[in-house]
Design a binder for this molecule. Structure first.
Ligand code: GLN
Length: 186
C-alpha cells in the first residue's frame, strides 16, 4: 500500500521467477534470521544477491536493513547477508521489544519537514563505508542515551535502507525516494 501511495505498482515476490519480473524490491521488516532462512530454502539467496549486485533498486527497512548489510553484529552465526550495503549493523541495537519507540527524524533527500519514524526492535548502523551516504541519525537529545547520533537511514547507489518502518505512518516520502530511483532505472 505504501508503494502504491508513492506511485508504484506493487506485487509480492516469493519465488525467483517473480524476482526476475520486478524493477525494484522492498525487503520489509520482520525477523531477519527467519527471512534469511526462508531466502535460502526458497532458493532466492543467489538470485537476489545477483540482482542487487547488478544494480536493482532496493529498499530495506529494519530486518531488511539487516539483510542488506555487509555484516551483522548480534545476529545468528548462520544468518546470510546480501552485502548490498557497505555497513555493519547491530541487530536489536535499541534493546528489546519494550524499547521500541517513535521519533521525528530529519531525513536527507526528504523535503517538507521531518519523518515520523517508528522503531520496532530495530537495528542501527554501527559502521558505514566511505561510499555510503548517511541519510538520518537519531537526534542527540538527553533522553536518546546510547542511541544518540546513531545512523538509522543510509543509501549506497540504488540501495536505500532505514532502521525504522516508513510504511506505518501513511507518509509516502521515503518510499517516494525509492520509487524515484526505480523509475529512473526502469
Ligand atoms: N529485530 C528484527 C531482526 O533482527 C527486526 C525487527 C523489525 O524488522 N521490525 O530482524
Amino acid at each position: 500500500a505504501a508503494l502504491e501511495r508513492a506511485g508504484a505498482r506493487a506485487r509480492p515476490v516469493r519465488r525467483a521467477g517473480e524476482l526476475a519480473e520486478v524493477d525494484g524490491l522492498v525487503l520489509p521488516g520482520g525477523e531477519s534470521t527467519t527471512m534469511s532462512r526462508l531466502l535460502a530454502s526458497f532458493e532466492l539467496l543467489d538470485p537476489l544477491r545477483e540482482r542487487v549486485r547488478s544494480g536493482m533498486p532496493a529498499l530495506g527497512s529494519c530486518a531488511g536493513l539487516v539483510l542488506l548489510a555487509r555484516e551483522v553484529l548480534d545476529g545468528r552465526p548462520d544468518q546470510h547477508q546480501l552485502d548490498g550495503l557497505d555497513v555493519v549493523v547491530r541487530r536489536n541495537a535499541f534493546g528489546r521489544q519494550v524499547d521500541s519507540f517513535e521519533t521525528d527524524l530529519a531525513v536527507r533527500g526528504v523535503d517538507d519537514g521531518p519523518v515520523h519514524a517508528v522503531f520496532i526492535r530495530a537495528p542501527w548502523v554501527e559502521k558505514a563505508g566511505d561510499d555510503v551516504e548517511v541519510l538520518a541519525r537519531v537526534p542527540d537529545t538527553p533522553e536518546a542515551g546510547a542511541a544518540a547520533d546513531r545512523i538509522v537511514a543510509v543509501r549506497q547507489g540504488r540501495v536505500l535502507a532505514t532502521a525504522f518502518h516508513p510504511e506505518l505512518t501513511g507518509d509516502a516520502r521515503v518510499h517516494g525516494l525509492f520509487v524515484r530511483t526505480v523509475s529512473e532505472v526502469a
